[in-house]
Design a protein around this ligand. Structure first.
Ligand SMILES: Cc1cc2nc3c(=O)[nH]c(=O)nc-3n(C[C@H](O)[C@H](O)[C@H](O)COP(=O)(O)OP(=O)(O)OC[C@H]3O[C@@H](n4cnc5c(N)ncnc54)[C@H](O)[C@@H]3O)c2cc1C
Length: 291
């Protein structure tokens, strides 16, 4: 998509007034910027705006252009949007180790957040994959390794800073603009552009995690045993059964089925030997949750 359908004067004015970077298809950097983590997604917006998101919203509205937003750039899914607001450079953090209150800008990834929080003894229940972004994932709920003990990421959301359709920046929480806060928590990732999110963090700690790999012609037996076992597992333990082909790797049996595990322990509770994960090769579906 090119910029020829945009009013040239409007584009010039945007370039003059925008404090962040503005990229169009005629610039070499555009090709790099338009890409996202998921290589199957191929979208070409007319403009990519980095920072000054509120100004971009006002511009898009005045020009009647459809808007898309991205944060961690994992999987932008809106084709035909003309203005892309890219928040991936917004990575500010405020940590309150005493209060457990954290403010995260949308462009942070969950891996970056974990690395910042861990030295302060804090953690936040989030996704399984470190490269997923704060802005997008939270609005989908946020399912990860600490979900059984600490819930969804969105359960710990206390406030957001968002851009209204009129291009104003407001803070919404249970006490400020509660209807907007309700909308953010209930509508998925299509409601407003979130520039920062505030959470109540929980105690961080060590985790034991890993992959239990099994081989055999049929995973049905494994699943039949796994299901009741997963129901009786302690809440500190989150597991995920995966039936998928893996690339050939020396440590995996030829036909492999896997149960991925993460055992979350608070720092204060020293883990005993019982939490050690062992790899089994189906002959013995050994772990009765690793006792
Ligand atoms: C390999 C992989 C692993 C995943 N693992 C998990 C997982 O373990 N747990 C889990 O819960 N989810 C997981 N997901 C889903 C993931 O949470 C969503 O794809 C999420 O949208 C990614 O967040 P992002 O910030 O990277 O989004 P982006 O790719 O940047 O944007 C995706 C969409 O989110 C919306 N969005 C993004 N930022 C904002 C913002 N600031 N304000 C408003 N809307 C916004 C937009 O609609 C945008 O199109 C996974 C996805 C992939 C591809």
């Amino acid at each position: 998509m090119n910029t020829s359908l945009l009013a040239p004067a409007a584009l010039l004015e945007l370039r003059r007034t925008l404090s962040g970077q503005l990229s169009t298809a005629d610039q070499p950097v555009y090709e790099h910027l338009r890409k996202v983590w998921n290589a199957a997604v191929d979208v070409s917006p007319s403009l990519i705006v980095q920072a000054d998101a509120a100004h971009a919203v006002r511009f898009a509205r005045a020009q009647n252009l459809r808007l898309a937003v991205r944060s961690g750039c994992h999987r932008l899914w809106h084709r035909g949007r003309r203005v892309l607001v890219d928040l991936s450079k917004m990575k500010g953090v405020d940590l309150g180790p005493e209060t457990h209150h954290v403010r995260l800008e949308s462009g942070l990834t969950w891996g970056e957040v974990a690395a910042l929080m861990h030295p302060n003894g804090l953690a936040l229940t989030a996704g399984n994959v470190a490269t997923v972004g704060v802005g997008g994932m939270t609005q989908g709920g946020g399912i990860g390794w600490m979900i059984r003990r600490h819930g969804l990421t969105i359960d710990r959301l206390k406030a957001v800073e968002l851009i209204t359709v009129g291009g104003q920046i407001v803070r919404a929480s249970l006490s400020e603009h509660p209807e907007l806060f309700w909308g953010v928590r209930s509508s998925g990732a299509t409601f407003r552009i979130l520039t920062a999110l505030e959470f109540e963090a929980h105690e961080g700690g060590m985790v034991y995690g890993g992959l239990l790999a099994f081989d055999g012609p049929n995973p049905a037996g494994l699943l039949a045993e796994y299901t009741p076992l997963s129901l009786e597992a302690p809440e500190d333990l989150t597991t995920e059964a995966m039936l998928m082909l893996a690339p050939p790797m020396p440590f995996l049996p030829p036909r492999r089925w896997a149960v991925r595990c993460c055992w979350f322990w608070p720092v204060s509770a020293a883990p005993s030997g019982r939490a050690k994960l062992r790899s089994g090769h189906c002959a013995a579906w050994a772990p009765r949750w690793l006792t």
